[in-house]
Design a protein around this ligand. Structure first.
Ligand SMILES: [Zn+2]
Length: 309
């Protein structure tokens, strides 16, 4: 496929416009496929073109044991749980404890939401992640399914947690509309994801530009003893396929029959969204930049709390 940007007719998943520009193209280290990074001129959504063809085998490869198995030190696990409890306190200001759906079986969500008295359903495409959740126990219903293929009667849930999943999907608009239909009127959804406008991400991306020069990349890898996978900001094909701006996330939420109650910008190290523990000096430096970004509304994390109309 030619990489000439004039030949690319990529459509923004949010605005459905083809008024998008190509920023860069590169070959992913993860699947060896070539991708263009596109930006919607209207809403700022960043996305890959073409989108990867994710067969069930490929999905199993990407989201197998290597991806799902994250062993946190106890202190990080405790911080994550505290953060989720704070998020749920925000949610429960708007909706009474009832039936909840969590997309994804990893992380502390399962335990925290359950402990707060919710009847909890989880859906995950990874058999590995689901098996782990099943072993931990306590979940009312578990489904091995891509969220795209999951179905339930309309209005089934009072609350849906959609945390750091939207950037992985081939068609976020289709999935958010589907989730909106699963909420009862007045029900709440919490969506969070990376911020395409994050200051730290932009600075990191400027550094990564040099990494596209093989000689610099090889030297850097030698120096730190670590392999760098090429990416654009938070776009890591074939894993992260989209990066949203606040504007694009709000627009997509509103198009899905939901009313935005709160639009939140956050940064790594924020005790409610991304508490961090025991980071290296370099990582702490980037977290510091992220927190500076947050002061200007350019923290690396965005979240939307929305209500089904
Ligand atoms: Zn757009």
């Amino acid at each position: 496929m030619p990489n000439n940007s004039f030949n690319i007719q990529a459509t923004c998943n949010v605005c459905k416009t083809t008024d998008c520009k190509k920023l860069v193209d590169f070959t992913s280290d993860l699947d060896k496929e070539h991708y263009n990074v596109m930006k919607c001129k209207n809403c700022g959504l960043l996305f890959l073109y073409p989108l990867p063809n994710l067969t069930p085998q490929k999905l199993e490869q990407i989201y197998g044991e290597d991806y799902t198995e994250t062993v946190y030190p106890d202190e990080q696990g405790k911080m994550d749980e505290d953060a989720l409890n704070r998020q749920m306190e925000i949610v429960e200001k708007y909706v009474k404890v009832g039936r909840a759906l969590n997309i994804g079986a990893m992380g502390s969500e399962v335990r925290v939401i359950k402990n707060r008295g919710w009847n909890l359903t989880i859906v995950d495409a990874s058999k590995y992640a689901l098996d782990r959740a099943r072993k931990r126990g306590g979940v009312d219903e578990l489904y091995l399914s891509k969220i795209e293929d999951f179905s339930c009667p309309p209005g089934s849930y009072d609350f849906i947690k959609f945390g750091h999943v939207i950037e992985h999907l081939k068609d976020p608009a289709e999935v958010l509309l589907k989730l909106s239909q699963m909420l009862r009127p007045g029900g709440i959804i919490l969506v969070d994801t990376d911020n395409a406008d994050g200051l730290e991400t932009r600075i990191e991306e400027s550094i990564m530009k040099f990494m596209r020069m093989k000689i610099i990349r090889k030297s850097a890898e030698k120096l730190v003893g670590k392999k760098y996978n090429l990416r654009y900001g938070r776009l890591t094909p074939p894993v992260h396929l989209y990066t949203f701006t606040s504007k694009s996330l709000i627009a997509l939420t509103e198009k899905s029959g939901l009313k935005v109650l709160k639009s939140i910008n956050s940064a790594w190290g924020d005790p409610t969204w991304f508490p961090t523990y025991n980071k290296s000096l370099v990582e702490r430096m980037f977290i510091g930049i992220d927190q500076v970004g947050l002061k200007f509304g350019k923290g690396n994390v965005i979240a939307v709390l929305a209500q089904k109309i």
